[in-house]
Design a protein around this ligand. Structure first.
Ligand SMILES: Nc1ncnc2c1ncn2[C@@H]1O[C@H](COP(=O)(O)OP(=O)(O)OP(=O)(O)O)[C@@H](O)[C@H]1O
Ligand SMILES: Nc1ncnc2c1ncn2[C@@H]1O[C@H](COP(=O)(O)OP(=O)(O)OP(=O)(O)O)[C@@H](O)[C@H]1O
Ligand SMILES: [Mg+2]
Ligand SMILES: [Mg+2]
Lengths: 255, 255
């Protein structure tokens, strides 16, 4: 039974794709067979990796053209990590894609991969549009990155409302936790956001440690890799994701 | 005839709301009667300003409950600057709101304000969902903030495709220009993005100057004001928006 973790947030640019990719890499390194799935119509995962991923077939081909998921999953050079990219999504097919994700077909695609992966990490588009709602309905757990900046904290209540609304309608998704993202220790306004999260939430809902704002992420996206693959000795910040992987393991029933 | 500028981007968190708010403030200070309109279902403008704005009635009341725009527009303490907030948008009304924005009613709301404003600056949700497409169809011009980071640059072609697609279908929206956002001069990957924009686009499509990444923006959102109102002597970065206002004036037919 694949455990599905969906990365979502109302606020844009908080690090959903960055956290999804780097957490998936860290979990794969811990030995879990991990599949990272791009549901974002902008093909976010491809944009953070390489043109090969952006050009590849993917979820769109499964949902709209009957492709078998196993035909389009990309095995990365990290043995336990595979990618199901978005695939090519033209503007004319956007509505069809959104409808397919919303009416449960995403869940069917994941079921066709049962037994091959322990974890599926879903990246989503900002906001609660059709594709994000669909990705939440297909999920066991939600992880939400909260950027350590005032505006991002203020939009967090909306996400919590959405979870309540979805659960009332039978979606089994559970909040696994908040990832504090882009924390700037030297900026009192950034630090204050982290402090408020620690004050207002039960500790088990704030995944540790926070991810600091770090130039390594721009370097990694420029190179098209997770931070853990940036160089022979990974940068300090890669270990943050190793620790986040442990936090995630402790909370999901991974065998 | 109100000139409508819509701030949009596929990529999230690139500074749409920050640029919309601070550019509107700078234009108002130049003497233009400026209305900033929040079309983003997350009520982004309210989140960057004060709880009073978040709690106020707004566009939702006009589109769904027949409120007259003049009843809900908020006059700010800056005489030439007014705000049309999103208003309260419950999850149950999201679809109705999206449909109203898409079927031309947003344009009607703006027409009811003719003669009262020179400029309307529309803030939008990330991506090209229903509300953003609606806000683009109601626009004379599009301004797109491009965050000076590799991923944001890579998603820019999608925005250009969308403009082409909309114009083919009769939307009169024209790209006024790119605002380079959150530029970090000391980071080669950030600088490289700005250089590529300068290389690949005609100079008239890149609004000058770029907006640097600056702690003043976190301070301003914490205080619920545009950067120009942060203190008695505005911070250095407020002048960037004064210059951007001049760049905008030069390109739109403002009388
Ligand atoms: N900890 C960090 N330090 C510095 N930069 C970061 C960090 N995390 C992410 N970034 C950068 O911030 C930008 C936004 O990150 P990302 O694209 O992952 O956010 P997102 O929430 O997926 O955005 P969207 O809403 O468009 O899906 C990217 O340029 C990314 O490389
Ligand atoms: N030049 C800047 N320097 C530093 N921080 C900035 C700058 N511009 C914006 N920010 C901050 O970056 C974050 C994202 O900005 P903003 O909310 O304006 O982006 P957005 O594109 O409107 O996001 P969304 O996709 O959620 O609508 C906010 O915390 C904002 O205060
Ligand atoms: Mg993303
Ligand atoms: Mg915004």
């Amino acid at each position: 039974q694949i455990i599905t973790l969906t990365n979502a947030s109302q606020k844009g640019g908080v690090g959903k794709t960055t956290v999804a990719l780097n957490l998936a890499f860290a979990l794969a390194q811990r030995g879990w067979r991990t599949l990272i799935v791009d549901t974002d119509p902008q093909g976010a995962l491809g944009l953070s990796l390489t043109p090969r991923v952006s050009a590849a077939r993917g979820l769109v081909d499964c949902l709209l053209d009957g492709a078998a998921p196993l035909e389009v999953v990309i095995q990365t050079r990290v043995s336990q990590l595979a990618i199901l990219p978005l695939g090519k999504l033209s503007i004319d097919r956007l509505v069809a894609y959104e409808e397919a994700v919303q009416d449960g077909r995403l869940y069917e695609v994941l079921t066709q991969l049962e037994g091959r992966y322990d974890l599926a990490i879903l990246d989503t588009a900002a906001g609660f549009g059709a594709t994000t709602v669909g990705a939440l309905c297909a999920a066991s757990y939600l992880i939400t990155p909260v950027q350590a900046e005032p505006v991002a904290l203020r939009s967090l209540p909306q996400l919590l409302d959405w979870i309540g609304w979805l659960r009332e309608r039978g979606a089994p998704v559970e909040l696994l936790g908040v990832v504090i993202s882009m924390l700037q220790e030297e900026d009192p306004h950034s630090r204050r956001v982290a402090e408020e999260l620690w004050e207002r939430f039960p500790r088990e809902l704030i995944l540790e440690p926070p991810v600091p704002r770090d130039p390594a992420f721009l370097h990694a996206t420029a190179a098209g890799v997770p931070v853990g693959l940036l160089s022979r000795t990974p940068p300090e910040v890669a270990r943050v994701f190793d620790q986040l992987a442990l936090s995630v393991e402790a909370r999901v029933r991974l065998q």
